[in-house]
Unconditional design. Structure first.
Length: 98
């Protein structure tokens, strides 16, 4: 069967990216030394450069900006449901009662 996936800590990833950025070794050299695919190391470098303040988050966690967006989306959905209920109530109460 397949190999078990390696899990690396946030600190390990940050140290590895710093090591790469200081040009001590090339990606292929370091990948072979650490037994980590070159693509994985490349992804770590890209994520670190894109999210310098919060590059590596734990599994199942969200970045602060993603968490806020998710909260806002839930709030908007609740408001849309309230509006739909109010529209139905408005139509019900505005009918002619004879």
């Amino acid at each position: 069967m397949g190999e078990r996936r390696q899990r690396h800590s946030k600190e390990f990833k940050e140290q590895t990216v710093k090591y790469i950025q200081q040009n001590h070794k090339t990606l292929p050299e370091l990948a072979e030394e650490l037994n980590i695919p070159v693509g994985t190391l490349s992804n770590w470098v890209q994520v670190h450069s894109k999210f310098e303040d919060e590059p590596f988050i734990g599994s199942g966690n969200l970045r602060e900006s993603d968490r806020l967006i998710k909260e806002k989306d839930a709030y908007i959905k609740d408001l849309e449901e309230e509006i739909a209920i109010l529209k139905k109530a408005m139509h019900y109460f505005s009918k002619d009662r004879k």
